[in-house]
Design a protein around this ligand. Sequence first.
Ligand SMILES: NC(=O)c1ccc[n+]([C@@H]2O[C@H](COP(=O)([O-])OP(=O)(O)OC[C@H]3O[C@@H](n4cnc5c(N)ncnc54)[C@H](OP(=O)(O)O)[C@@H]3O)[C@@H](O)[C@H]2O)c1
Length: 295
Amino acid sequence: MNVTVIGGNGQLGSDVVCAFENNHDSVRPLTHADIEIGNLDSVRNCLQNSNPAIVVNTAAMHHVENCEKHPAAAYAVNAIGVRNLALVTREIGATLIHISTDYVFDGRKTTPYVEDDAPLPLNVYGNSKLAGEHYVRTLNPKHFVLRTSALYGKHQCRAKGGRNFVDLMLELARTRGKVRVVDDEFVSPTATSDLTRQIVALSRCESYGLYHATAENHCSWYEFTKEIFSLAGVNVKLEAAAPGEFPAKTPRPAYSVLENRELKRIGLNMFSAWDVGLRQYLTGSVSEPLPSVPA
Ligand SMILES: NC(=O)c1ccc[n+]([C@@H]2O[C@H](COP(=O)([O-])OP(=O)(O)OC[C@H]3O[C@@H](n4cnc5c(N)ncnc54)[C@H](OP(=O)(O)O)[C@@H]3O)[C@@H](O)[C@H]2O)c1
């Protein structure tokens, strides 16, 4: 199967490229130097000739503060760029697998969000990603929109200066006597390797739609850090920050936990608990192999 991965050198995109290659698919990674998704001609030129069966879009402007400062730029990539991809994939008959975010919700719920909960983003990033979701869902019937959360993986997160949260905490532990982390924001930290396995599995089916796609269970950033230090054998003083001690410049949901309800309904939820994914990331052990999927 011919697969094109947009953002092919990003944190998630790099893993997606490897996973499809390991599955013996023919993979074409596109970097920002190859394609500008905000430009319809660029999208047409890149996709029409290679005629992929599957296009995976991991490209986004997703630095939350930058999106807030530059809303037009955020919409140009996260909304219009995604519209361009939806239009062109429909024209060429390709399936579009698009990555979205838990930040489409306002975080006022106290139980995990399901796919039919009403989104209400708190910031430009979430609003522009929600607009992108709408374009995919209305323009290309052959789509998977996957909302994920708090990604970390072995490749650099390009929009966030390279380091993911796990590596940042380990660096703070090395360079400081103590680390203080917020204990009142809850997420489901998700390993890119786990999300990637889910993407490959979905690419083999036709159960198109909107899916929540995060690690199982949830934790606060403090609890996540505690587990990082415990698994890495790091001995550093860790303290829960007082509420409001690190005020965010841009509002964010305090509780953005997602339930993978639709993946479970179709019998394809491949995620394990967040601490299992973290252990695999820190020990370098390989996840359960993907059940054989036809090339
Ligand atoms: N990271 C997280 O914690 C997180 C959480 C939830 C959802 N997500 C979503 O997950 C996806 C992947 O995130 P990631 O962490 O892998 O991001 P990343 O490492 O920053 O990778 C994004 C990739 O997209 C490319 N790109 C950006 N703008 C582009 C454009 N206009 N045209 C073409 N390519 C463009 C970037 O290239 P350049 O760097 O060269 O511009 C980079 O290769 C995004 O959709 C994000 O919204 C991320």
